[in-house]
Design a protein around this ligand. Structure first.
Ligand code: ATP
Ligand code: PH2
Length: 173
């Protein structure tokens, strides 16, 4: 069995619909509220809706989770622009961390699936929602999420996130 922490983001089209369809497909154990977040890495694009979730599956390997992520992105109609890194997208599903049955982190340096996600510790839009659903969350190799948000340059970024409430809520964009 693996459990995974996934970060979902959308900043094109019906952002909430894309997130909803993915969450329904993934059937997570816990889902954070939705946050509206400023674009990270490439400023010239619309704001994102982001959430973080925790899921488990007795039969899935990390590679199977990556296939699930890709299937959700394809269903949402994601088209990749090979010339633009961190550009806008209808849906992005990143695997932040994976854990085995004993709760031990699964590490990978295979470029098709790097675990834990190599940029997760730089992204308040991943860590703030994660901490909200798991107060003792720890990013393997980086320490407690609570400490990362308090002790690194992320604290300022964290304050720019706008919490919109649960995904199923009908208010907001
Ligand atoms: N932990 C991971 N989660 C998701 N994809 C990963 C991971 N590690 C490596 N990849 C690979 O990265 C490739 C590019 O992913 P993607 O286009 O979503 O990157 P990105 O979201 O633009 O940037 P970033 O990787 O910084 O989030 C994927 O096809 C996948 O094979
Ligand atoms: N706020 C925000 N910025 C991003 C996001 C995202 O999900 N949210 N995803 C990116 C590609 O991984 C690039 N930048």
């Amino acid at each position: 069995m693996t459990s995974v922490v996934l970060s979902l983001g959308a900043n094109l089209g019906d952002r909430r619909a894309a997130l909803t369809a993915a969450v329904e497909a993934i059937k997570p154990d816990k889902v954070s509220d939705v946050y509206e977040t400023e674009p990270w890495g490439d400023d010239d694009q619309p704001t994102y809706l982001n959430l973080t979730l925790i899921a488990h599956d007795d039969n899935k390997s990390p590679a199977d989770w990556l296939a699930t992520a890709a299937a959700c992105e394809a269903t949402a109609g994601r088209v990749r622009d090979p010339n633009r890194r961190w550009g806008p997208r209808v849906l992005d599903v990143d695997i932040i961390a994976a854990f085995d049955t004993a709760g031990e982190p699964i590490n990978s340096d295979d470029p098709t699936l790097i675990l834990p996600h190599p940029r997760a510790h730089l992204r308040a839009f991943v860590l703030v929602p994660w901490l909200a659903i798991q107060p003792d969350a720890a990013l393997p190799g980086r320490g407690r999420v609570r400490d990362l948000l308090r002790d690194t340059g992320l604290a300022a970024d964290a304050r720019t996130l706008r919490r919109l409430g649960p995904l199923k809520s009908t208010d907001h964009g």
